[in-house]
Design a protein around this ligand. Structure first.
Ligand code: BGC
Length: 745
């Protein structure tokens, strides 16, 4: 809108308006200048060894003790950062050494993986993305930040922004799924949640956009594997969440483990410097992933330590995590002119900048009383329960088996995940404690204290034993209804947790089949870190809830949904395939020259498998029914779309059922003919709304050049004239459709 209005003001005035729109408020820029002056003053006093110290991060915890060598390094100013040291008392102890005993008194920055909660654990990130609710996700990040900062942690290695289209890759659990738009919305929400407007506040941490970049494209879904991605796919699929993070002010980046088109991400000048620094103007620092600098040798782009250090530093990796090649070799590299002192100074400058912005030169210590008040407090626990319930996706509910009646006399709760504290937390549990967890068994008991709960684990998550089946079947036969808690163990997803099968592991499916054969109404509660191939369950059991790993409050949140205190409104942030053979299967694919047709052999499909998913991207049901109707565009033809011009898209959404519930209305587009092939659908907007029974709302979405544009044949971002389809609906398949024409000039 701003640019449209500007056309009508006099040029001189327009100049003033532009200036006031672009330059930050005086105090803000003053603050920045002060920081730069303090950095320069400090740099001028630093020896090379002290500069290299700032570039070094080491794992500070060894079985709950500091390593004596690290203490010595801190004293000598040769260690700038640790990971994993946490807790107000412990961080303060170490910080005191840096500030009282080192020559220049530069504070340490304490990093930690605060991925989905610090002590109060929220759903794993893929579960949070299933909320389609950036406010909820931002709240989760801000609570995690408050707990972490109170415990002396300044810096989280989150959010993970890797788009992933291969559910074999275990780290799909840590991201926001397969879609760059949803991924960008979640990126922004998390960065703002962690950092707030100013991450020097005592309830904020600086965030780290990781893993830069294309780590999620690992071949065959095998962790750490090679990636080979075109520049177009980088720009359209893998970059957008990272760019959203930069736009939201993210303070740090982490360079990934993978090689990308032959150049490892931790030695990649194009991604680290050309794009990140020069195009996007990122002014924070980049940390390597764990030993990823040293791994350049195994990748085969560096013959030895000095070459690896030079490659990483010259490409733009500022801080080295765990390996120590910068410290060992930078001196000789400078002498040999393979590295310049300016490169080192610039890396130090970026790291000091973030330390100054964190305010830790002025407020270096954590407050132990604040830590006690903040960690796992009542408000945080309540938020964890609400957000967990919002992340749950109802995949099936035949004959309204759900919600369960609170007057039910008996429930058989069966399955290896029904009472597992450990697994409820998922991977990356921060400082979360198993003792804090409410399991599903406990959640049911709290929800319906008068009901008899017949609990039997039935079998283990993996393994071949079936000796628990008999007890499980007895529990089923003695109960009015069966709830089956099945899925994966927490360590089957996350880092280094790729699977070649997406089936339920072990004997769990056999257990479900046996229980189902008793004829009792059966509800399947899934706990897992990735889409699973659950064809039999989808065809044969009446009700399925996808609950991911829902965190400290898992059992309460699932019970809230099972009994209808919360009406499920989550949607899938990724496609559920029917079989591993379909992978990669994602909704925003290209059309091909021969899109699949059932009766035409020579089209793009399989002989032995459907081409469609089991559950599509964006899918999820509710205990009520919604109708989406009356799709309209503010205009069907436009001459050109510039700047902030908008086309408004509107629809009616109505709750046509009997319960209050949430619908996530989704907007997709397709550019029908362009200079390069375009996806058959691309998500460009969504809104999660709550409606009372009978309530109807008109929703509006804006389409701008940013949403309709793409990287053309010359790799320039453009909106090309021609026909677009505009689609709105409840998931990526059930859509209303309208046409939009952008006229040729
Ligand atoms: C992971 C990162 C993590 C780092 C520090 C690495 O192995 O890839 O995601 O932040 O360890 O724990």
């Amino acid at each position: 809108m701003a640019s449209m209005r500007l056309k009508f003001v006099a040029p001189a005035l327009a100049f003033v308006v532009i200036l006031s729109l672009t330059s930050p408020p005086a105090s803000h820029s003053q603050k920045r200048q002060n920081i730069e002056a303090r950095i320069n003053a400090l740099l001028a006093r630093m020896t090379l060894a002290e500069k290299l110290g700032q570039l070094q991060q080491l794992d500070g915890e060894a079985n709950g003790n500091y390593r004596p060598e690290h203490l010595q390094m801190v004293r000598q100013g040769r260690l700038g950062s640790t990971l994993n040291v946490r807790g107000a008392q412990r961080t303060n102890q170490l910080q005191r050494i840096a500030l009282n005993e080192s020559r220049l008194k530069i504070p340490l920055i304490f990093g930690f993986d605060v991925i989905h909660g610090y002590r109060t654990i929220f759903p794993i990130p893929i579960g949070e993305a299933a909320t389609w609710d950036p406010l909820a996700v931002g709240l989760s990040a801000s609570i995690a930040a408050a707990e972490a900062r109170a415990a002396g942690v300044h810096w989280t290695f989150a959010p993970m922004l890797d788009i992933a289209r291969d559910p074999r890759w275990g780290r799909i659990a840590e991201g926001s799924g397969e879609d760059p738009y949803l991924g960008s919305v979640m990126a922004r929400a998390r960065v703002r949640g962690f950092q707030g407007a100013d991450y020097s506040a005592n309830n904020r941490v600086v965030a780290c956009a990781k893993h830069w970049v294309a780590y999620g494209a690992a071949e065959a879904g095998r962790d750490y594997n090679t990636t080979d991605v075109s520049e177009r796919s980088l720009r359209e699929v893998y970059f957008p969440p990272f760019q959203a993070a930069v736009d939201a002010g993210v303070g740090t980046f982490m360079s990934a483990f993978n090689d990308l088109d032959g150049v490892p991400a931790s030695a990649n000048h194009f991604t680290l410097t050309d794009v990140l620094r020069n195009e996007w103007k990122f002014d924070g620092f980049v940390v390597s992933d764990y030993t990823s600098v040293e791994e350049l040798i195994k990748h085969g782009v560096a013959a030895d330590g000095p070459e690896a250090a030079a490659e990483a530093l010259n490409a733009g990796v500022d801080m080295e995590m765990v390996s120590r090649l910068y410290n060992k070799h930078a001196g000789e590299l400078i002498k040999e002119r393979k590295l310049s002192l300016q490169t080192i100074d610039e890396a130090v400058r970026r790291i000091l900048r973030v330390k100054f912005r964190l305010g830790i030169f002025d407020n270096p210590y954590a407050d132990e009383a604040l830590e006690r008040r903040t960690i796992f407090n009542g408000a945080n626990i309540t938020a964890a329960r609400k957000i967990a319930a919002r992340s749950i996706v109802l995949l099936k509910n035949d004959h309204d088996v759900l919600p369960l009646d609170k007057n039910v006399r008996s429930i058989a709760l069966i399955g290896p995940l029904a009472d597992s504290r450990h697994d409820s937390l998922g991977s990356w549990t921060g400082d979360g404690k198993e003792a804090d967890v409410v399991t599903l068994l406990e959640g049911l008991k709290l929800k319906v204290p008068q009901t008899k709960i017949n609990y039997a684990s039935g079998c283990d998550i993996s393994g071949e034993k079936s000796d628990g089946f008999a007890e499980a079947l007895r529990a089923a036969s003695e109960s009015d209804v069966v709830v089956l808690a099945v899925g994966e163990s927490a360590d089957m997803s996350g880092e280094a947790a790729s699977r070649s099968s997406l089936d339920l592991p072990g004997r769990q499916l056999d257990l479900i089949k046996a229980v189902q054969a008793t004829g009792k109404p059966t509800v399947v509660v899934l706990m897992n870190g990735r889409p699973l191939t659950i064809n039999w369950i989808a065809a044969n059991t009446p009700a399925i809830l996808e609950t991911w790993f829902a965190g400290s409050q898992a059992g309460n949140a699932i019970a809230d949904v099972l009994f209808g205190d919360v009406n499920p409104g989550g949607k899938l942030p990724l496609t559920f395939p029917r079989s591993v053979g379909q992978i990669p299967l994602y909704y925003n694919h290209k059309n091909t020259g021969r899109p699949p047709e059932a009766n035409n052999k020579y089209t793009s499909k399989y002989l032995d498998e459907a081409w469609t998913p089991l559950f599509p991207f964006g899918y999820g049901l509710s205990y009520t029914q919604f109708k989406i109707t009356n799709l309209q565009l503010s205009t069907q033809r436009v001459q050109a779309l510039r700047g902030n011009d908008r086309i408004m898209v509107s629809v009616d959404v109505e709750n046509a059922g009997k319960r209050t519930g949430d619908e996530v209305v989704q907007l997709y587009i397709r550019d029908v003919a362009a200079s390069v092939t375009r996806p058959v659908k691309e998500l460009k907007g969504f809104q999660r709304v709550t409606l009372q029974p009978g309530e109807k709302k008109r929703l509006e979405f804006a389409l701008t050049a940013k949403q309709l544009g793409f990287w053309n044949r010359e790799m320039r971002f453009t909106v090309e004239p021609g026909e677009f389809k505009v689609m709105v609906g409840a998931n990526s398949e059930e859509l209303l459709e309208a046409k939009l024409e952008i006229e040729k000039p």
